[in-house]
Design a protein around this ligand. Sequence first.
Ligand code: F6R
Length: 355
Amino acid sequence: TKGSHDHYMRKEIHEQSNALRECLRDRFSTGDSVSLDAIEDGYRPESVHLVACGTSYHAALYGAKLLRKRGIQAQAHLASEYALSPPPVRDGALVVGVTQSGETADTLSALRTATAEGARTLALTNVVDSTAARECDDALYIRSGPEISVAATKTFASQLVTLVLFALQSSGQTSDETERLVSALTELPEHVQRLLETTAAPTTARRFADSSGYFFIGRGVQYPVALEGALKMKEITYEHAEGFAAGELKHGPLALVTEDTPVFVSVVGDDETARKTVANAKEVKARGAPLVAVTDGVSSIDRFADEVLTIPRTNRTLAPILVNVQYQLLAYHTADHLGRDIDKPRNLAKSVTVE
Ligand code: F6R
């Protein structure tokens, strides 16, 4: 049941810290080394293709970035496009289907194509014994528990964390960076909890609820959550929302920016990536758009943003998970203000079983 929550979506957003605890439970062997039952220790894929749809595709984009950073060739593909032009499957290729339900027709079809091409397959899924879990060579569970609301929330966070674990195990590297990442992973559920208790997202959502459109920008690991922030916003508010790579803005989308289109930007830390994003945010502000920064407060962005949504400081790789919680709340409270049917948005189904 929804308990004290008005909607399943809200309940599931609030379940995220426990879902992440469950996702991490017993998945470390000694100290900083990850051990996932689904994959034999020492297995090193030569290349990884991640296939997925919708929110799960955004998780796949994030996973591909992480794997590449750790020296593994990796690409994310929209499942519905994969079968039309599958990339060549070479020896040692692994195809990972990222699918919460394990029943999405496009993803199953991409996985079947991969099997036919001779790739090893892995289902990264929530539902135990789902079709993807049964048909793939192996299944890696995200352990989120049941998700009722059509909009995926806690399962996205669990997908990202599972992809971090997968990248750590399959690259086999241990370094200071790995150690820092592992210790940040163990603190992540508490950070999510704290964010949920302190967020200003309801106020921000109300302030901008009558806007004509919403844009989300991010760079590097923040790019997939910009896409996800926009998807969540459009599917439950029915308002126009678009996510862009921060660097792409001036190549066209900047023409859409007005005083009536708030731009949400996530900036974490103060490295070169953050500074470039801050420069992009300044361009938006100079065009008169309201600017909302989701940030850990390290860069200079909070000095000129119109509103700031704070996230706890954490490892840069994991920060998108916290940024995304703010985006989920923003979409939720905007939709609530507009009186939308949050758990069952029009025209959408939880599990899409036709291609
Ligand atoms: C959006 C959403 C969808 C799903 C997509 C894939 O909130 O839930 O975009 O992510 O239909 O579903 P799964 O992950 O079950 O394959």
